[in-house]
Design a protein around this ligand. Structure first.
Ligand SMILES: *[C@@H]1O[C@H](CO)[C@@H](O)[C@H](O)[C@H]1NC(C)=O
Ligand SMILES: *[C@@H]1O[C@H](CO)[C@@H](O)[C@H](O)[C@H]1NC(C)=O
Ligand SMILES: *[C@@H]1O[C@H](CO)[C@@H](O)[C@H](O)[C@H]1NC(C)=O
Length: 524
């Protein structure tokens, strides 16, 4: 009898434990929906505080200033424009309508697929901290406009909450959040607190000073783990309301390079030279011996996708072999991924170092400014050198995609460096913060030709300059036109330029259309 009782008691206990366990697992708040939704933020919140256009003032006469109106950013860009010097210079049409690179039969489907991917991208990269909030006039509410931030699942005091009123009625302040809870670190006399530890906190008192003291003790705890988002907090009294955001994010973890202090810049310590080679070992050897004349111990990384490979001998050289014809950007990615120094210098395999290839100058600019990348100048023939400075801008174009506008030139000179200019894209000879180039990466789809694509991907991520007084020679262009091309030169030409366009001549434009969501390109 006793044994049976004991047994059923045990069974009961186990059942109880199981139920507790199941309840624990099922506790709400352990499941967070982070799937893509058509509406991320409720519309009423999105337009919080915004008046309808015109609204109550629409009857008041006004005169439009067309010069300013035209400059206004709208959502209807197009690339129509006149033939310019640059477009004839680059030998391209001034305007490229990107949609046309797809077969007419496929266009509609591609556009729809792009739209879906774009909406997902927006949901990943935006949070309610990016939405428009308007502070209404005559509100007795004081609250933080921006700069409130909490680490995921952590607690902060909300700064700056206050009620400005002389009223002697019962006062009530409500706070509402969606991704976390409120509480108070102290309870103030004569204040009633409701909803501590919940997403809706209500404070009331007949004493405004007591209520304000209590507001200084309000905390916010993030309870839904979904970093890089934001919580929009609604702050309400009986007749007024306001909204502000609390950003939820991890700190940005820095990647710092530990370089020992020395007098002057030790280039071997600070810089790795990266290049990609294909069918041009003679050029590559010429490049390496020219580097060694000036920088005997700087590390050189070579990405090599030849089929008949040759080992490049020498100290401080790392040669990485890749499958045959893996391509230009894939090789750049591989080389860049292996760099261990603070900076990397990109050179083409047919460049030649000269006495004015002063890497110290580039390091100096990168050490003393906030630039991430500085380009130099490539000398084509003894009197002509190219810097290839381009400004890129993206105009809003609504559903069909945006417009990429490419201008020659720069924005402004760099203070303290009279030969350096700030721009958006430079020539193939540049020094950059390793970590930033790795962050942008080179799209490995681009196999034969490509350059601007990297700078388009990096727009907004890279802060770019170019210094015209750091020179490098370009071997290929110095050869005399009557000299017969060697067999490997002929093959290089065939594979890079002739066959390259046979594989998919529209590849770059397809990437611009789908990946970067442009509808057209204009060289302006
Ligand atoms: C504040 O919240 C309480 C409790 O949820 C509610 O009863 C009250 O109506 C709210 N007051 C205002 C001004 O929103
Ligand atoms: C590093 O060296 C430079 C000159 O060689 C000197 O001016 C600077 O104070 C040194 N910095 C540190 C942190 O030692
Ligand atoms: C520069 O750094 C390299 C590698 O750390 C080192 O071997 C070399 O001695 C340094 N050169 C100078 C001049 O300090």
């Amino acid at each position: 009898m006793r044994a049976v009782k004991k047994k059923s008691c045990c069974l009961g206990l186990m059942c109880l434990l199981l139920v507790i366990f199941i309840l624990y697992c099922k506790q709400p708040g352990y499941i967070v929906d982070i799937s893509y939704k058509s509406e991320r933020i409720p519309r009423n919140l999105l337009e919080y505080g915004l008046e309808k256009p015109g609204g109550q003032f629409s009857h008041i006469p006004h005169k439009v200033k067309n010069t300013v109106l035209r400059r206004l950013t709208r959502n209807d860009c197009n690339c129509e424009g006149e033939e310019t010097l640059l477009s004839s210079f680059v030998g391209q049409d001034a305007v490229t309508q990107l949609e046309l690179v797809f077969d007419a039969a496929k266009r509609h489907e591609v556009t729809q697929r792009r739209e879906k991917e774009y909406q997902h991208f927006l949901q990943r990269t935006r949070s309610s901290a990016d939405t428009l909030l308007i502070a209404k006039a005559n509100s007795p509410l004081e609250y933080p406009i921006q700069g409130v931030e909490v680490r995921p699942m952590k607690t902060i005091l909300i700064p700056g909450l206050k009620l400005q009123t002389k009223s002697h009625h019962l006062l009530e302040v409500n706070l509402t959040a969606t991704l976390g809870t409120f509480d108070v670190v102290a309870e103030v006399d004569e204040v009633t607190i409701e909803g501590a530890g919940e997403m809706h906190l209500s404070l009331s008192s007949s004493q405004v000073d007591n209520l304000n003291r209590q507001l200084q003790f309000v905390t916010y705890t993030n309870t839904v783990f979904n970093p890089n988002t934001a919580d929009t907090v609604l702050l309400k009294t009986d007749r007024h309301q306001a909204a502000f955001t609390i950003k939820i994010r991890h700190p940005v973890i820095p990647k710092l390079y530990n370089v020992e202090n020395q007098s002057g810049y030790n280039i071997s310590d600070l810089v790795t030279i990266a290049t990609k080679t294909f069918l041009r070992y003679d050029k590559l050897r010429q490049l390496i011996s020219s580097i060694r004349k000036y920088y005997p111990s700087v590390t050189i990384i070579i990405a090599d996708d030849n089929s008949d490979t040759q080992k490049i001998e020498g100290a401080f050289i790392d040669q990485y072999f890749m499958p045959f014809q893996k391509g230009w950007f894939a090789g750049r990615n591989l080389a860049v991924s292996q760099v261990k120094t603070k900076y990397l210098l990109w050179v083409d395999d047919d460049f030649i170092f000269a006495s004015d290839t002063k890497l110290e100058k580039m390091v100096d600019v990168l050490e003393k400014t906030t630039l991430d990348l500085v380009g130099g100048s490539v000398r084509e023939i003894t009197t002509y050198s190219a810097t290839f400075l381009h400004k890129l801008s993206v105009e809003q174009g609504g559903k069909e995609g945006d417009c990429l506008i490419i201008h020659r030139g720069y924005y402004h000179q760099v203070e303290g460096f009279p030969n350096c200019f700030v721009t958006d894209a430079t020539i193939n000879f540049f020094m950059a913060r390793t970590e930033k180039v790795q962050q942008v990466g080179f799209d490995p789809h681009i196999t034969r030709q490509g350059h601007l694509e990297f700078f388009v991907d990096g727009l907004g991520l890279l802060h770019i300059g170019s210094c015209s007084d750091v020179m490098i020679d370009h071997a290929s262009k110095i050869t005399m036109p009557w000299r017969k091309k060697s067999e490997s030169e002929q093959m290089y030409h065939r594979l890079r330029y002739v066959q390259g366009s046979e594989v998919d001549g529209n590849l770059q434009n397809k990437l611009f259309y789908f990946k970067n969501r442009f509808k057209c390109i204009r060289y302006g």
